[in-house]
Design a binder for this molecule. Structure first.
Ligand SMILES: NC(=O)c1ccc[n+]([C@@H]2O[C@H](COP(=O)([O-])OP(=O)(O)OC[C@H]3O[C@@H](n4cnc5c(N)ncnc54)[C@H](OP(=O)(O)O)[C@@H]3O)[C@@H](O)[C@H]2O)c1
Length: 207
């Protein structure tokens, strides 16, 4: 997929892994972090070289053609409060999980309330970062199921999923985000409750 500027908000397991993959694929990554000079962001920037920089969350989000949230789900309302008017028309990927809550695991509500013109996708949340780091399991490319609006944004998100090394499978529009989250719930149930390894993933057969 053509090189783009991607703002990755959060530089932890998920944000750091996606940043590594996308820089390796030729994209420019701006890490949006609370402390751009902090040890986590600095280590990533020096590891990834000139195509990776770190900036405060608002600055990074404003600069990204695509903005990916990889922070705790519980932090989304406060993070979004500072982004009013900064995500106009952007492709936004919500990789966050709101854990242990009766409500949805995704944060589509707060994202679309803050920026109604953003194109919001659900992706990268349904299995562990270990699969993103190495998406081949038992000699098979793992499928990544994602949801969000059809059109140019969908093609861009699919391309970014491929750049991580996964096969994108679009399950439908934003109303299907819960379907992606059901897969996350299945992953959690199998990995955490049934003590299967973290390298568990999903594959669609016959299509
Ligand atoms: N770990 C997984 O395998 C996995 C898989 C799927 C989805 N997820 C979801 O992905 C998200 C990130 O998980 P993770 O494992 O990458 O977490 P993590 O390693 O703990 O990293 C979290 C990142 O979020 C930042 N952060 C925390 N609170 C913030 C706030 N209020 N505003 C801005 N940034 C904030 C942290 O910054 P500081 O360094 O400043 O603390 C850190 O960079 C979570 O929602 C998680 O549920 C995780």
């Amino acid at each position: 997929m053509p090189s783009s500027t991607i703002a990755v908000i959060g530089a932890g397991n998920i944000g750091g892994t996606l940043a590594r993959k996308w820089v390796a694929a030729g994209h420019r990554v701006i890490l949006g972090v609370r402390d751009p000079a902090g040890p986590r962001a600095s280590a990533l920037v020096s590891e990834l070289g000139r195509r990776c920089t770190a900036a405060p969350v608002r600055e990074a989000a404003s600069a990204g053609e695509v903005v990916v949230f990889a922070i705790p789900g519980s932090a989304m309302p406060s993070a979004m409060a500072g982004l009013q008017g900064h995500l106009r028309g952007r492709i936004v990927i919500d990789a966050t999980n709101q854990l242990g809550d009766a409500g949805p695991a995704h944060s589509f509500d707060v994202i679309t309330r803050t920026c109604p013109t953003a194109f919001v996708y659900r992706a990268f949340n349904a299995f562990g970062w270990e699969i993103l780091a190495d998406p081949i399991v038992e000699d098979t490319v793992v499928d990544l199921f994602f949801a969000g609006p059809d059109g140019a944004g969908r093609a861009t998100v699919a391309g970014l999923i491929e750049d991580v090394g996964l096969r994108p499978v679009w399950v439908g529009g934003p109303e299907r985000a819960d379907l992606v989250d059901a897969l996350a719930a299945l992953w959690f149930a199998l990995v955490l409750d049934k003590s299967r390894g973290h390298r568990l993933a999903f594959k669609l057969l016959g299509a």
